[in-house]
Write a protein that binds this ligand. Sequence first.
Ligand code: SF4
Length: 147
Amino acid sequence: MNTLIPDDDSPSRTPQSPDFVDDPSWREDALCAQVDPELFFPEKGQPSRDAKKICSTCDVREQCLQWAMTANQRHGVWGGLTARERSRLAQSRDAHVTTRNTEREDTIFQLHTASVPPTEIAQRFEITERSVHRIVKKARQRRQRSA
Ligand code: SF4
C-alpha cells in the first residue's frame, strides 16, 4: 500500500467526509500499493504520467480522489489528478454550487415577485417560510448591487 495513504485515525480525516471516505477498506484495493510510492510524488517539473497511468486502471480511483479532495491533499497524485488539477476541480465545483444556489434564489425571488404565497414557495423548495423571506431579501440586495 502507498505508505503515504494515512491510516484510520489520521487527524487529516474529517467527520463530515462521505461514508465511503470514512470507510478505509478502499485502500486495500489501491493499485499504488504495488509500486514505489515515490512515483506518485514527482519532483517539480517532472511528469506525473506514470502515476496517472496506474490510477487510470485503479478500481478505487473515485474513492481515492474524494478522500484527497476532502483531506485537502496538497501534494502528489491522488485519484489520477495532480494537486493543481484537484485544486482546479475544487474551484469548478465551488463555482457550480454557487451558480446553482444563485439560480435557486432567483427562482424563489421571481415566484415571490409573481405573488406566489411564501407558504407555497416554502413547500415547493422544502424550506421554511423564514428561509423564503431571507432568500428573497438576499436576492433583492444582490439585484440592487448589480443594477
Ligand atoms: S487512484 Fe491512484 S493514488 Fe489512488 S489508490 Fe488508486 S493508484 Fe493509488
